[in-house]
Design a protein around this ligand. Structure first.
Ligand SMILES: Cc1cc2nc3c(=O)[nH]c(=O)nc-3n(C[C@H](O)[C@H](O)[C@H](O)COP(=O)(O)O)c2cc1C
Length: 172
């Protein structure tokens, strides 16, 4: 006889979900850790981000969600170009570095620049070189929808973020 395991009760409500309740659920959505980078007038900018989503492969398109208060936000907006650096499993220190406010953030981080002058972090698991196609304002954030104009993939595994902690991929 097949016994179905009883699932824990889900709280389903029609009343508004508050921000803390929303965050508690999103902490279970494990994601790759990236650093979004850009350049404007010779200055390099970057911040740690997990809100990166594939949109479609034809044409190759992604979206990122950037807080309007992030220092990099106006520079992505003006430049219309950025890179997504998918961090490798040994780059937790880089994730922490770009999640913290600081000046000259690229001084201590090995990088090179792409054809658009956008910094690419050395040793990352993969990169997407992006041109902004569309901007959608939602609450505190802007969604930048972008066309992929170049890629890079290295032979490494990515750094993961889950339940407010960094982790590694385990294949099963
Ligand atoms: C794991 C992790 C993921 C993050 N994801 C995002 C994100 O997707 N979008 C965003 O705007 N900020 C995100 N942040 C917050 C920014 O990295 C952080 O606020 C950063 O300090 C902003 O750059 P600034 O200090 O130059 O303004 C994330 C932070 C961490 C630690």
């Amino acid at each position: 006889m097949f016994l179905r395991k009883k699932q824990p009760e889900a709280r389903v409500t029609t009343s508004p979900v508050d921000a803390d309740e929303f965050r508690a659920v999103m902490r279970q959505l494990a994601g790759c850790v990236t650093v979004i980078t850009t350049e404007l007038n010779g200055e390099l900018y970057g911040f740690t981000a997990t809100a990166v989503c594939s949109v479609c492969a034809t044409p190759p398109t992604i979206l990122i969600a950037v807080n309007k208060s992030a220092r990099t936000h106006p520079h992505i907006d003006k430049k219309g170009a950025f890179a997504v650096n998918i961090l490798a499993d040994g780059q937790k220190h880089i994730a922490e570095h770009f999640a913290t406010k600081g000046d000259n953030q690229f001084q201590s981080v090995p990088h090179f620049v792409n054809a658009r002058g956008v910094p690419i972090i050395e040793g990352a698991a993969a990169q997407l070189h992006c041109e902004v196609q569309d901007r959608i304002a939602i609450g505190t954030h802007t969604l930048f929808v972008a066309h992929i104009v170049g890629t890079g993939v290295q032979d490494s595994t990515p750094l993961i973020y889950h339940d407010a902690k960094y982790g590694l991929v385990t294949h099963i």
